[in-house]
Design a protein around this ligand. Sequence first.
Ligand SMILES: [Fe+2]
Length: 108
Amino acid sequence: MAAELRLHWQGEEKGLFAVMARDELYAEHIDPLVREHRDLEALLGAVDLADPADQDRVRTAVFDLHEHIAKEEDGLFPASLTTLSGDEWDASMRAWHAAHPGETMIGE
Ligand SMILES: [Fe+2]
């Protein structure tokens, strides 16, 4: 999970987030999302799944991740559709490909 998320975060943060954060309006929404990435990364790097307390922390983190994804999918991503230029989409796509070498996006 941590390995998959690291690649996802890399593509997102160096791509779509970086492009959209040039606009202060979006930056104020993106900064907390990046902090949530780092918080989950820290948890996943330190968690001991044999420890019941850590198991609870992971369960909570998964519920929090669902909320995080909803903020992206219901807010930021729809906004990107009407905000980004062609060059900005290209930059976002390049970052995704850099994070996922050899993989293709749906529809490519
Ligand atoms: Fe995210």
